[in-house]
Design a protein around this ligand. Sequence first.
Ligand SMILES: [Zn+2]
Length: 86
Amino acid sequence: MTCDNCGRKATQINDLYQLCSRCYTVEYSTINISGKNMKVKDALKLQLEKMELGRKEGESIADWCGRCRVWATNSKYWKKEMEGKA
Ligand SMILES: [Zn+2]
């Protein structure tokens, strides 16, 4: 079975829909932050904006992804993860 939205392999199937994991998460998954339930997509967007990594007006997805990639590879978490692996 394939996802009703995107055609990937469906993993969430019932009488109402058949969705892949990504589309299910976007549509139905929530996360609780500081006592407030939010859709995962909204929580991710909010967190990226707090990190000044939200998508800027007119910015292409490729440029946005590149900016996030530069941030991630320069982060202390990435550098610590890569210690000793070079
Ligand atoms: Zn899908």
